[in-house]
Design a binder for this molecule. Structure first.
Ligand code: MG
Length: 388
């Protein structure tokens, strides 16, 4: 079995991606793109070692992405992708693996079986390299500077090249050393490692891979690649009546012959909604985040609690799909205030009114709500969060 090191190129700055982080460190679901890529490669039989080429200054981002994977130190890249790969190859020169599999950090969906097929192809007699790719399905047009079509390019025998691109190590290192001596114009034409190898006269073959092995280039790609899952959770709360002239329900003050007593402004509706949101992300309950014993929450407006829970959801990349609140009491009458509550909850949650439901019921005079001792609230939150 030949030895093979995977060289993962993560040194790009991602000018097309925008955002505060280079795309390879942006979160795909709950983890950096690079971590997904490392996870995909480390389980491939035939790959003995992973090495990552990073840009100087990205060490902190790299540590987060590679935490717990026990990799050798990252290799610092150069001013271009080609020179970054050369730095990586030079760093491997002393151990000289039989094969090197060069892979884009921004291709986290590569399949182990496709890499295995590529590894098998490169070990065939007379082959120096094998590249994962897919035959072109779209029709190709060459256009003028004003986008007028000048030619339809026959797509016979045309492929799109992906990564990994796997090569015999020594000939590829020599090819990259030669290419490094080229002028800038000639060098920019070498857009992948296969081009460097072809220029050196090496024999490189294409291996059919999968359309799933896409490269994350834009923020939109990242969003499209994030698989979301739907979660639903329940919240329940009760507050007892005390003396006063109004109750807070769903963030709306409703005149009444009594007030609700207890934690904060005692908005039983927003408390139930807060617990429901916390439930969707397994983040405990309202009492854990805002202990009733803590005097700082006395009298405070309960939209703070709901916003806190929504903030935790947003931190996890989640969003609310629907909120459903049921208030259980004999009085005050909820109907006249229903629309105001829907508005209030929609505003606090930053969602459309069509995603909020407020219902009311009585217990037909039975139990503590029937005896007008207090108000109970039930809430169901439906959210979408990145699958992790
Ligand atoms: Mg409460």
């Amino acid at each position: 079995m030949p030895t093979c090191t995977a060289l993962i190129v993560a040194a790009g700055r991602g000018s097309r991606f925008g955002g505060p982080l280079p795309k390879q460190y942006a979160l795909l679901g709950t983890q950096p793109v690079l971590r997904h890529t490392l996870a995909a490669l480390r389980v491939v039989p035939g790959i003995d070692q992973l090495r990552v080429v990073i840009a100087a200054g990205d060490e902190g981002h790299y540590q987060v992405a590679a935490e717990g994977y026990d990799l050798p130190p990252p290799i610092l890249g150069g001013p271009s992708r080609q020179l970054s790969v050369l730095n990586g190859l030079e760093a491997l020169a002393s151990e000289a693996p039989d094969l090197v599999a060069i892979h884009d950090a921004a291709r986290p969906f590569v399949r182990a079986a496709d890499i295995a097929a590529c590894l098998e192809a490169v070990t065939a007699h007379g082959v120096d390299g094998a590249v994962l790719g897919i035959p072109l399905a779209d029709t190709l047009k060459r256009v003028t500077s004003s986008n007028a079509i000048s030619e339809t390019v026959r797509r016979d025998n045309l492929w799109r090249a992906q990564t990994p691109q796997i090569f015999r190590f020594e000939p590829l290192l020599r090819a990259h050393r030669d290419a490094a001596a080229l002028g800038a114009t000639e060098a920019t034409a070498l857009t992948d490692d296969a081009a460097v190898a072809e220029r050196a006269g090496l024999k490189v073959v294409m291996v059919a891979g999968s359309g799933d092995n896409t490269k994350i280039t834009t923020a939109e790609d990242l969003q499209r690649a994030t698989t979301m899952e739907t979660r639903t959770a329940f919240g329940f709360d009760v507050h007892g009546f005390t003396s006063g002239a109004a109750v807070m329900l769903g963030g709306v003050s409703i005149p009444h012959i009594q007030a609700l007593g207890g934690h904060s402004d005692a908005d039983v509706g927003l408390h139930a909604l807060t617990d429901a949101i916390l439930g969707t992300i397994g983040a405990g309950d309202i009492g854990l985040h805002f202990p009733p014993s803590d005097p700082q929450w006395r009298g405070v407006s309960s939209d703070r609690f709901l916003k806190h829970a929504l903030g935790l959801l947003a931190e996890r990349g989640g969003r609310v799909i629907h909120l459903d609140l049921t208030l259980i009491c004999e009085a005050p009458r909820i109907g006249p205030h229903r629309e105001a509550m829907v508005d209030s909850i929609a505003r606090i949650a930053g969602i459309g009114r069509n995603r909020v439901s407020v219902k009311a019921t009585t217990t037909e005079g039975l139990g503590f709500t029937g005896r007008r001792e207090g108000i109970a609230a039930q809430a169901v939150a439906t959210v979408e969060v990145p699958r992790s």
